[in-house]
Design a protein around this ligand. Sequence first.
Ligand code: ADP
Ligand code: MG
Length: 330
Amino acid sequence: MSIALRGVTKRFDRHVALKDVSVDIESGSLTALVGPSGGGKSTLLRVIAGLERPDSGDVLIDGQTAVDVPVQDRGIGFVFQHYAAFKHMTVWENVAFGLRVRKMRRDAIRERVDHLLHLVQLEGLGGRYPSQLSGGQRQRMALARALAIKPEVLLLDEPFGALDAAVRAELRAWLRALHRDVHVTTIFVTHDQGEAMEIADRIVLINRGHVEQTGTPRELYERPANPFVMSFIGPITQLGDAFVRPHDIDVRNIPAESSLEAMVQRIVHLGFEVRVDLMLADGRGAWAQMTRDEVDQLELRLGQIVYVRSSRETRFHSDLPSHAVLGNAG
Ligand code: ADP
Ligand code: MG
């Protein structure tokens, strides 16, 4: 099912949580909704689900206006960050709950729940209680429960937010694989740009209630619409007025055409990667992301004078805030 928002505005008292937001979500896609906390991500999901009614604008589900369609008739599965399972019910019963409410036949319920537990890799754990699961297993149970009603749209609001990094990484890979299997239109909220880059087909970056940019992870990374997008999607530094990815800074011992003089301020070894803090002649700081081999070859040390230039840089026209020009200084 495709989803489209057309000029959606949502206020809470005087606070504008969404300002004239228009977004298109393709049927069967996996979209990440990213942005800083308080930017309006959850509100956007709740508007799609029908838990909030927009003050103006329209929500289209498969091209049909859905603003007056009640939550339970929108065919939407929802998973929140802090998923409240029924503690007194087993995992199996938790997954079956929505189907019992819908008065599905018992043997059909059994078949569907067993299949879902297999899908989320919890087969054999159906008899446990939620408290007997790990955090990652509980989130997978939440997903099985959301999928039980065969939703056409799956909305996930920071579903892995409360878990530690290793478990999150595992669930990310798992969600990607699950999406490949069930192909339900999925919108995934995260404040972690790395997570979004890794799993999404498309990213919608939302900030202060409006959409900064929509595109594939690569488009946002390589052709950011403005400095905010560029700094949100990956590391950023500045050489003069140009915004540069720190791995696109070329550091040398001898001057080259259009290079700038800089002094090495700090060298931080992070394993394969080395972070080099620089002070430019104009007094401004910058940093370069280099490999250990590059640093060894240049015999970099503190206080050394080096010559830097960017192999690729981005300039934004301040009079055209949503337009980026990608120059190539190399
Ligand atoms: P995000 O999910 O990106 O962190 P939210 O959509 O939760 O952001 O919130 C966007 C803004 O709207 C925030 O400033 C938040 O405080 C406000 N907000 C959200 N829900 C409500 C509500 N029910 N009542 C009042 N303000 C709200
Ligand atoms: Mg939120």
